[in-house]
Write a protein that binds this ligand. Structure first.
Ligand code: IFM
Length: 745
């Protein structure tokens, strides 16, 4: 099949129109193909000095020098060398006559088209597509065509499995090679196999591949440092098409005992199926995913394409079949935040999955269940009871936030990071995610077997974390960091205290439900976690008496105690329009100023919407909006949601537009390190919960739309209690009708 014919409609394509070496790492993130099991950065097939290739298997972490653990960059299968009449296709040499790459979001494939003229004047056309299979998660495929346009002679294609890969590390001078070679074999007609193992965690990765070309060729195999390469050499005639295929399969020792057998069997199976069938299956699984997850926006092409881009990467990032992994802050798309998992999942991404793929949502919450012991350990280490989920979580759930990472190897400069010690609202955020999932699905099985235990252990944490202040007669939670990370060691963060209270109350509700509807579950669970009746009384006491700083005269919540006494700084218009970065002169005293890094009180008013009336929301929005720098990609969508609710429509839309294009426009300058997955989830919420006004109110799903001026109509589907419903929203009305599909969880 001519690769060009594969290209779908323009509105589904993200394109790179010319070769700019310094932009490659950015496009590699945008063009990452993943399936929740593995992520492969969109590097070029050909070597490039500026490229940052990456292959990341979810859950395959390894130790680092300064930051506990990181997602390890695994052996790569993308590289390809084409040598035509002794001249290697090399984009740094010769002349690029045409260069285009397209991510087809509808089909989940990456297409590359190139015409290149060598120094001697030979013109080679190269076209390829690649996929990381969405259904067969252990399979990847590269299919291509090579055309010697104006010459005949000999061409060789070299491609293999390359274990000579590194993590770039948080320190720029430091490169870490996580994998050591354990086996590599030439399997002749059956391709090649490479197996490597992480140094510290001892996780093995097996990869197999087979390269073929549609004409008789001579096959050689080359060995290099941690690399094995198949080389096919064949005679070519001017103007003819030569088609090649590379099937790749992979397993890790996280999945199966005998990874070699599994990988090789998989390879045989997929080769037998053939590339055409694999492609069709992949495209059809994508079609099914889009049927449920697409959000159609009429009247705004930019918003439409950008939101689809975000949804595309969210779909790619979760694995409904692996309950021991979650979605990292930067997806499987890059090394930002070392592949760690944050509150970004439960607060920002989870709603997308709850309403479009509840099985994936459940899996993400199961990750918290499987890391509950790690969370218990964190609580114990810090002198608390129950479970304290890690601010940065990896494989075990034990706190993985670097405390004093090296910034510069040559000076030995270190910075102290407090978030792992103090950003404890994560505990309540996880509990919030569980309740949200339960409210939308009614999944009693999950609640009784897993969710309840998390709710109780997190409530237990808060009861031990809060201190009774006899002078005030209130419980206080001191020395924390709220979502606004500019302010550390603060007392009584409104966000933290409200969310902790919610956690305690929900745990008590859950106990009530178990006692009445599932008495056996209740008695088993009570025994399992040795819960005393006196603890339940204590939870109620703490919940009823937690201190919340609030100015009654204005209706504005004080972000934390003492915040109103800080130097009051608002952001000037020019800064606010373009930059998210705080001017350097302010940075040094940021802890002493009222500037807010990201939605904090405003986020609370979105999450616990029914606890605040519209007047209070407006008062707080009017106060905090001019003080918020949006120095986190998670912020603007939340301001868009509350902005839309209180009637600041134009600003809400502008905030949404900036958020929805965070990665497409690289407007934080660090997209090369991976997508901003939390931001992507937040933009879905801004569209659905902000502009379509969807909200759970008194147990019912309700809509109160406030479409941006440009938007004529929105159409989307959501899952509600195992049924799919179609939603159509115009400025005049909302139409909600049942769809045919039933979700299975
Ligand atoms: O979780 C966020 C945090 O809120 C702001 N800094 C980046 C983290 C990871 O996305």
């Amino acid at each position: 099949m001519a690769i060009e014919n594969l290209l779908g409609e323009k509105k589904w394509l993200i394109s790179e129109e010319s070769y700019k070496p310094d932009k490659l790492p950015f496009y590699e993130t945008l063009f990452t193909l993943a399936n929740g099991y593995v992520g492969v950065r969109g590097s070029l097939e050909f070597v490039s000095q500026t490229s940052c290739p990456g292959t990341y298997f979810a859950g395959v972490f390894d130790a680092t020098l300064d930051a506990f653990t990181e997602l390890a960059n695994a052996p790569s299968w993308i590289g390809l060398k084409v040598v035509a009449n002794a001249e290697e296709v090399d984009l740094e040499k010769g002349e690029i006559l045409d260069y285009r790459r397209f991510l087809d979001m509808k089909k989940g494939i990456l297409i590359h088209m190139l015409r290149w003229k060598s120094e001697s004047g030979n013109i080679t056309r190269f076209e390829s597509y690649r996929l990381v299979h969405l259904l067969h998660k252990h399979t990847s495929l590269i299919v291509g065509t090579i055309v010697p346009e104006n010459y005949s002679g000999t061409i060789s294609i070299e491609s293999g499995l390359n274990g000579y890969t590194f993590n770039t590390g948080s320190v720029k001078q430091l490169k870490i090679k996580h994998f050591k070679l354990t086996e590599r074999i030439d399997r002749k007609n059956d391709g090649i196999y490479l197996e490597m193992k992480t140094h510290a965690t001892g996780i093995s990765v097996g990869e197999a591949s087979k390269l073929t070309v549609n004409v008789p060729s001579q096959r050689d195999v080359r060995y290099d440092i941690d690399r094995i390469t198949e080389v096919l050499t064949f005679q070519v005639e001017k103007g003819k098409n030569y088609e090649f295929e590379k099937f790749v399969t992979f397993y890790t020792s996280r999945d199966v005992g005998n990874i070699k057998a599994a990988t090789l069997t998989e390879l045989k199976k997929r080769i037998r199926q053939g590339s055409e069938t694999l492609l069709q299956e992949h495209v059809s699984v994508w079609r099914d995913r889009w049927k449920i997850a697409d959000v159609k926006i009429y009247g705004d092409e930019v918003a439409q394409k950008s939101l689809r881009f975000n949804i595309f990467h969210l779909i790619q990032s979760a694995n409904p079949n692996d309950e021991k992994v979650s979605v990292a802050a930067r997806g499987l798309h890059g090394e930002g935040y070392r592949g760690h998992i944050f509150w970004d999942v439960e607060i920002y991404m989870l709603p997308f999955y709850i309403y479009t793929d509840p099985k994936a949502a459940r899996s993400l919450l199961m990750y918290r269940y499987y890391t509950l012991n790690g969370a218990r350990k964190n609580a114990r280490i810090n002198g608390y009871r129950g479970a304290q989920f890690a601010w940065e979580s990896a494989d075990t759930g034990v706190e993985a936030t670097p405390r004093e990472p090296l910034v510069d190897l040559s000076t030995g400069e270190r910075v102290r990071i407090w978030t792992g010690d103090e950003e404890q609202h994560i505990v309540a955020d996880v509990a919030f995610g569980i309740c949200h999932y339960y409210d939308a699905t009614g999944d009693d099985e999950f609640l009784t077997k897993y969710g309840a235990e998390i709710l109780l252990e997190t409530a237990r944490f808060w009861a031990s974390r809060a201190d009774f202040d006899p002078q005030r007669g209130f419980y206080v939670i001191n020395k924390v960091i709220g979502p606004d990370e500019y302010h550390v060691h603060v007392n009584n963060s409104v966000f933290t205290n409200f969310m902790a209270r919610r956690n305690l109350k929900k745990a008590l509700e859950c106990v009530k439900k178990l006692k009445t509807s599932y008495p056996d579950v209740w008695s088993r669970l009570k025994q399992k976690i040795a819960l005393e009746d006196s603890e339940l009384k204590e939870w109620k006491k703490v919940a009823d008496n937690i201190y919340v700083p609030y100015d009654e005269s204005t209706g504005v919540y004080e972000e934390f105690e003492g915040y109103f006494k800080l130097e009051d700084i608002m952001i000037g218009e020019p800064h606010k329009q373009n930059a998210y970065v705080v001017p350097i002169e302010l940075l040094e005293r940021i802890n002493e100023a009222t500037l807010v890094k990201q939605a904090d009180v405003i986020l609370l008013q979105f999450l616990l919407s029914d606890e605040f009336d519209k007047r209070t929301k407006k008062a707080n929005y009017d106060y905090y909006e001019p003080r918020t720098t949006h120095d986190s990609s998670l912020s603007r969508s939340i301001y868009a949601i509350i902005g839309a609710e209180i009637g600041d429509h134009e600003k809400a839309y502008q905030n949404f537009l900036k958020a929805v294009r965070v990665d497409l426009d690289d407007n934080r300058g660090d997209t090369r390190l991976g997508i901003h997955a939390g931001c992507m989830g937040a933009t879905w919420q801004a569209a659905i919960m902000g502009f379509a006004g969807m909200k759970i109110h008194k147990g019912k799903l309700t809509f109160n739309p406030r479409l941006p001026q440009k938007w004529k109509k929105m159409e989307f589907k959501v899952n509600w209690h195992r049924k799919t419903i179609n939603v159509t929203v115009t400025k005049e009305k909302v139409q909600v009708t049942p769809a045919n599909s039933i979700f299975t969880i």
